[in-house]
Design a protein around this ligand. Structure first.
Ligand code: SF4
Ligand code: MG
Length: 319
């Protein structure tokens, strides 16, 4: 059976003053129905650009220059804006970092959820209000609060309202781009549990973008580790984190000594990610890699299977 979402060799390009930059370079992965995939990596490694590429919401200077995004077998990367309007929110939804601040302060949360529903579905207003109440309840907010304004809710609750809006049209797949960043630890864990429950109940696919490995361990079956626009390692979460095959994943895990508990990032990886306007030749991680050899600055490693659905883009290290 074909995967719900099959991303094949996606390359995205931004046109900048000083040249072209590819925030995502030949990225491939799949997400099955009901499956959760974590997309992890340091900031500016291309995770958010990947989300925007999938949704076709790249800024004006950005575009997909290569590859396919198959959603239920249809290549949506070729879809027109008109066609994408039918896909966004109805089939694929994006919940982004700080989304709670995107609520309109002068309209009730109910008004905003109802509007989100009725843009996509021609249903009577009364029915949409009923659904809005149910949606609030599904994100554990009392449905009676549907006529309240955003300022009457806490930050965590507003983020839950945004999740309710994200799932309002029953999408097949939800992308959460750092959906809990900026929230305190308790609220964060409630939101993650909520996303996890909704995913299971509705059998939604989910892509969770985060730099917090412990979140991925908690709720994703699968993980893709991204560095400088490329997937470095990919596979079942437990295998990747317990037997990482790629030096970058190992460094990330070392910077996060207790991925099964404490969420604190305690050490950082020496050096910094490259400027993507002029990425290093060969393996993009080579200037920071403690295992690097001369060949690493010459040959571009490919993401290759290492067994058990596990892939690594480092040919020099075996697990
Ligand atoms: Fe390190 Fe070389 Fe492997 Fe890249 S290919 S991760 S530089 S050992
Ligand atoms: Mg980001």
């Amino acid at each position: 059976m074909a995967a719900l979402l099959e991303v094949q060799n996606i390359t995205t390009q931004y046109r900048l003053k000083d040249g072209f930059l590819n925030p995502c370079d030949q990225v491939s992965f799949t997400v099955e129905k009901g499956e959760g995939m974590g997309l992890v990596g340091e900031s500016a490694c291309g995770k958010s650009s990947m989300a925007l590429s999938l949704m076709k919401l790249l800024p004006d200077n950005g575009r997909i220059i290569n590859g396919q995004v198959l959603l239920d077998g249809r290549d949506i990367s070729r879809f027109s804006e008109e066609e994408m309007k039918k896909v966004r929110w109805k089939e694929m939804a994006l919940i982004f970092q700080g989304a709670m601040n995107a609520l309109n302060p002068v309209r009730t949360v109910g008004d905003q959820i109802v509007e989100a529903i009725r843009i996509h579905e021609k249903i009577p207003e009364q029915q949409a209000w009923k659904r809005a109440k149910m949606l609030l309840e599904s994100v554990e907010i009392d449905g009676k609060r549907v006529r309240q304004y955003p300022h009457e809710f806490s930050g965590g609750m507003r983020q839950r309202v945004m999740i309710a809006m994200g799932i309002a049209c029953n999408p097949k797949i939800v992308i959460g781009d750092e959906p809990t960043t900026g929230l305190d630890v308790m609220v964060k864990s409630q939101i993650l549990q909520l996303l996890e429950r909704l995913r299971r109940e509705k059998e939604m696919g989910m892509i969770l973008i985060t730099h917090d490995l412990s979140v991925v361990v908690e709720i994703c079956e699968k993980v893709a580790v991204m560095y400088a626009g490329k997937i470095m390692e990919y596979g079942p979460t437990d295998i990747v984190f317990e037997h990482p095959a790629h030096p970058y994943t190992r460094a990330l895990i070392n910077a996060f000594p207790n991925i099964y508990g404490d969420r604190q990032l305690t050490a950082s990886i020496p050096g910094s990610p490259p400027n993507l306007l002029n990425p290093p030749a060969g393996c993009r991680f080579h200037p920071r890699c403690s295992c690097a050899r001369p060949v690493c600055s010459q040959e571009k490693p490919e993401l290759l299977p290492v067994g058990g659905g596990h892939y690594s883009a480092c040919p020099l290290v075996v697990r």
